[in-house]
Structure formats: structure tokens, C-alpha cells
Design a protein around this ligand. Sequence first.
Ligand code: UDP
Length: 422
Amino acid sequence: MSSILDEYAAVSENGVVDQLKQLAAPVHDLKVVHVNSTREGGGVAEILHKLIPLMRALGLKAQWEVIKGGPDFYQCTKGFHNGLQGNPVGLSDKLLDVYEKTNAQNAEEFRQVLEEADIVFIHDPQPAAMIEFCPNRKGVWIWRCHIDASRPYRPVWKYLRKWVVQYDASIFSLPAFAQRLPHLQYMIPPSIDPLSDKNIPLPKREINAVTREFNLDPNIPLILQVSRFDRFKDPLGVIEAYRLARKFAPMQLALVGGTASDDPEGEMVIREVHTAAQGDPNIHILLLPPDSHRKINALQRAADIVMQKSIKEGFGLTVAEAMWKKKPVIGGDTGGIRLQVINHYTGFLVRTPEGAALRIRYLLHNRHRLEEMGERAHRLVKENFLLTRHLREHLTLMLSLLSGEEERIEVGVQTKWKKNQS
Ligand code: UDP
């Protein structure tokens, strides 16, 4: 067994690595390509950085490609993102034309890799139209939607759907996000990597050094939200909740984020957050470079309570990251947060700043409850939201798609699969 698999066996659920090896044996050697729109920033990049090496450790020829586009392209795709999450957005024909041309150019650049792959995973709307420009594809193509598409703005979905219907299958994070589509839809929640810099245990002195670096007071409770500066993450609601809770007890708030290269709205939201903070010295707005994984890890460990007060959320890796570190999470009652935060058990689900403030006060006054919830949160993530479970589901999906009409799938045998095998 390769050493990386040994390491996962030590931290994951019992037996899961053996299952991975069994499931990977028949698809060993397959060419699997993942395509998204950014190498840094946001949950998709975070997942792919870890999923690809683990797939390779299991013998698959896994590859990750990132498409490129200009400002108009990202303005258009941010519009898709906002539209899929329910905001009424208008997209001009000019922007849609840029979207299609950018997908055609990227398809040209990656044509050989994509057309030769056995399985292609296209993540989110940015590269979704590439399928149109790869007519000679021989493999199975899967559209992976990471967005809360429970109530999309219809005109946006109607436009995107014309690309999505061309895929062999799609994956959503939750049943509530499924759509009317003419192909199989799989429900697979994302995951965190317990061995990454973002999540490995850290020595106390490193945690203390990071809190000192950001001028956080070790003697005052710390409330933390880590997120891209995006309105759906509701940073202004977090500030309001902190203000309400702080009337009753001293505390400090850290809003930690950065911008993703495929998110053109971040700068504007950062300005709104600074205005709302009104120079309060106990509100720390920390803009960190995209590779600050250990620092974010340290801040999550230093926090007393972690918030993720999103209004819409595909999954919310930040929730699983905090729970893995035994923190109760106060999260928005929406999307993927509901999968992770079991109300009153691993944290609290809230809808308003007032609700969030009430839960902050409760947890800070009931430390034993805070710790109990943190322990349960850790167990829930260990059993459900680690990379190993995620990959097990991807392998199962690959096997089921490649086996076509076969009634029985044999695992644990060294067979090579080829699509359209005669
Ligand atoms: N993240 C980060 N730096 C930041 C903000 C976020 O590394 O400044 C990470 C965060 O730790 C998490 C991911 O980016 O791993 C965000 O994923 P999530 O699913 O929470 O939200 P998304 O950005 O995909 O909507």
C-alpha cells in the first residue's frame, strides 16, 4: 500500500481505504480529467488540490485543467452563479457570446486531453459549454454543480441547461438541488482533507503565533467567519450579530477571506464590510493570500465559535473544516450547511443576525455545551465528510456509469474498462 493511503487509513473511518482499493482496481489506469476555472480560492479548488493526488495514489491517471477567461467572461459566470442561487440577473447577448467563445477557445486548447479522456468532470457553469465544442469525445462526461441550485432564476438555468443536457450525468451536493434533466443525477456532498495544511493538527505555539500576528487578544472570546467576500456569505449579517452579542459580553470578531480569481465582485463586498465595521478595533478584517492554509487552520483552532451565516450555500467546506477542529458552528439555515450543522447538536442553524447573536451568547455562557457540540461535530465530519468517503462515491459513480447496462458490477478485480467496449 502506498504511504499516502496508509496516512488516510490512520485518520479516516475504519476500512474505507480498503474499500477505495477494491473500487479502484477495475478502473485502474483510466484517464480522468477534472476541469474548473481557478486553481486558488473557493471550495472547488480546495477539493481538487486533494482529490487528484489521492486518485493518482490509487492508480488512476488523474489530471486537473483550469480554463482561462477575461473580465467579461468572469462577469458573465459570476452572473450564472448568482442566478443559479436565485438572484434575478440580466445577462446581455454580448456577455453570453463572450462566454461561448471563451469555452470554444478553451476547448481548443484542451481538445486532445478532453477527447481522449475516459471520464471528464466539468465543475460548475464556467466550463459547462465546453462539451459543445468537443464533438469527438470518447469518454463519459459529468457536470458537477457545487452551487446551491435549489431555486435557480429560471432564465439563467434555461440558458445553462442547454449545455448541461449534453452530459452523461450530473452531480449535485444535495437532493434539494437536483433538476429536471434527461440523464442520471448523483447526490455527492463534498469533503475536506484531514491531512492538508488546512486541517492537520497544529502545535499550540503556532496557533498562538498566528493570533499574535493578527493582533487578536488571547483573553477575549473569538468569533470567526472564513469566507470569500461574497454577499451570499452575509458578512454584514455576521457583523450585526457580533454587535448584538457584544452588548452582553466582551468578544472579538475576525472575518477572514480573500478573493478568488474567478470572482469579480469581491472588492466591492470588502468595501461594504469595512464600512459596516466602522473602525471597531475588535472587528478584524483579514485579507489573506490564497495559500494561507496553515494560518486559516490556526485561526479556526483559535476560535471559540465559528460562523458561516450564508444565505445560500452549496456545501460550505468552511463548516466541515471548523467542525473537524471541534468547533460548534452557527450557520445559515440553508443548502449544504443543513447537512452538517444538526441544529442544537453539532451547532445552531440561524436565519437572522438576532438569532445568531442569541446562539453566540448561549454558547459563550455554556462552555460545557460548546465543547460537547464540538466533539459531536468532529465525529459527524469523520463519518461523513472526509475526502476518502468522497472519493469512494466518485469511484462508485465511475463504475456504475462505465458498466452501462450490466446487471452486476464486480469490484476488487483487475479489469480495465473502456467505454463502448464491444
Ligand atoms: N478559503 C481560503 N482562504 C480564504 C477564504 C476561504 O483558503 O480567504 C477556503 C476555505 O478554508 C474553504 C474554501 O476556501 O476551504 C471555501 O469553500 P466553501 O465551500 O466554504 O465556499 P466557496 O468559496 O466554495 O463558496
